[in-house]
Design a binder for this molecule. Structure first.
Ligand code: FAD
Ligand code: UDP
Length: 367
């Protein structure tokens, strides 16, 4: 046996797991289909700016151990995410807070804002929200739903808010304070020098084979490792035997502009349905960059097909049930460990993926 673990995927789950098991004296080999490590947190330098190739990534966590852990592999800056939303040429702060309510209705105090929103919630008369639309209106009322949620969500997910699960919107805070911090997390920041460096540090001295798809090379690996860790989509591992799990994909359009500052903020959401992209990222603002040029990325939601990258899992009833069928297969295949966002079919943030990988490594050692 050449390796104790063959780890498929050099994203955060694979890298953390490989690091932990190597530290315990296990022999690990990492396979990665893409030409680089990092998975979706991969960053590359363009014009001296760290560009988030697969979408903006802001690290945030309430997990003290995970925060300490990532700080061993990168120094983090003090970036706080405070996106703005653009709707019909007007600017609104996100998440929904007193600045948003002031821009929306001119209300200045929490009591005025609460009265306005409570009035709209009462007028909608929704007792038990059955879908995202009802959940959103019950949370923030009709005006905010129409201007800041409906168009963005429908283009993001490619379906009506009435056909989407309510939980998607529960991620967004609603605050009656003038606080534009998108997250409630205790710790937040961006790794100085980019995420790729963080993942490279995790994988230091561990063999990694890039441009290598495990699924087309299974025969080659037969009998050469003890246990397999698979962080790709679970349905691909089983050759879609139960049917294909659904995802939402994205297309990124990146350009370098000969100006210092394009939009004055790292993240600007376009919440109108008719604008084809959901957000424009200006990467230098994640790191307080002062370069003479700037790099911006427009993010276009796309239908998913088997050739497209599976960025977001679609956790509706049908897909969750299908995933359970795959999970039942996995349960009787103890020599394979499925992990990460795709392997678990969960809307995991980075800190949750790291936590899951640390727990999985711990369980391997201590049972
Ligand atoms: P991945 O990063 O997807 O890594 C899996 C790797 O496995 C990939 O590199 C893939 O190429 C490889 N692979 C798959 N199949 C095979 C195969 N058959 N053979 C070889 N290799 C294979 N989280 C946050 O905390 N904050 C954010 O701001 C944030 N923003 C996000 C924005 C977007 C647009 C997206 C899509 C996600 C965002 N996330 C964010 C979530 C974050 O990206 C994930 O939590 C994290 O990257 C998941 O790591 P992973 O290792 O599970 O998966
Ligand atoms: N959302 C919205 N308007 C916005 C931003 C987000 O309606 O301007 C909704 C949308 O449904 C989205 C969800 O909130 O899918 C979660 O947003 P988040 O920014 O957490 O999404 P992610 O970074 O995972 O794409």
């Amino acid at each position: 046996m050449e390796y104790d673990y063959l780890i498929v995927g050099a994203g955060l789950f694979g890298a953390v797991f490989a690091h932990e098991m190597t530290a315990k004296g296990k022999r690990c080999m990492v396979l990665e289909r893409r030409p680089h490590v990092g998975g979706n947190v991969y960053t590359e330098e363009i014009a001296g700016i760290q560009v988030h190739r697969y979408g903006a990534h802001i690290f945030h966590t309430n997990d003290a151990a995970v925060w300490q852990y990532v700080n061993r592999f990168a120094a983090f800056n003090h970036y706080i995410n405070a996106p703005i939303a653009m709707y019909q040429g007007r600017v609104y702060n996100l998440p929904f807070n007193m600045n948003t309510f002031y821009a929306m209705w001119g209300v200045r105090t929490p009591a005025e804002a609460q009265k306005k929103i409570a009035g709209q919630i009462a007028a909608a008369g929704i007792a038990e929200p059955k879908n995202l639309e009802e959940q959103a209106i019950r949370l923030v009322g009709q005006d905010i739903y129409e201007r800041l949620i409906k168009g963005y969500t429908e283009k993001q997910w490619g379906r009506s808010c009435r056909d989407l699960p309510a939980f998607i919107i529960q991620r967004l805070p609603v605050r009656y304070t003038y606080n534009n911090n998108y997250f409630n997390a205790r710790w937040q920041g961006i790794p100085i020098g980019g995420y790729t460096q963080l993942v490279e540090n995790l994988l230091k001295d561990i063999p990694v084979q890039l441009g290598s798809d495990y699924l087309t090379e299974r025969d080659n690996w037969q009998g050469r490792f003890g246990r397999l860790v698979f962080t790709g989509p679970m349905d691909t591992y089983y050759d879609f035997a139960e049917g294909a799990l659904e995802y939402r994909s994205l297309r990124f359009e990146t350009e370098t502009l000969a100006m210092e500052n394009y939009q004055g903020n790292a993240v600007v959401n376009y919440t109108e349905r008719k604008v084809p992209y959901t957000r424009v990222i200006e990467h230098k603002h994640f790191e307080f960059g002062t370069q003479p040029q700037t790099v911006v990325t427009r993010e276009y939601p796309q239908a998913w097909s088997k050739d497209a990258e599976p960025y977001y899992t679609v956790n509706d009833e049908r897909n969750n049930a299908l995933y359970s069928q795959y999970a039942a297969r996995a349960a009787v295949e103890p020599q394979v460990l499925f992990g990460g966002r795709l392997g678990s079919y969960r809307y995991y943030d980075m800190d949750q993926v790291i936590r899951a990988a640390l727990d999985a490594a711990e369980a391997e050692i201590n049972g």
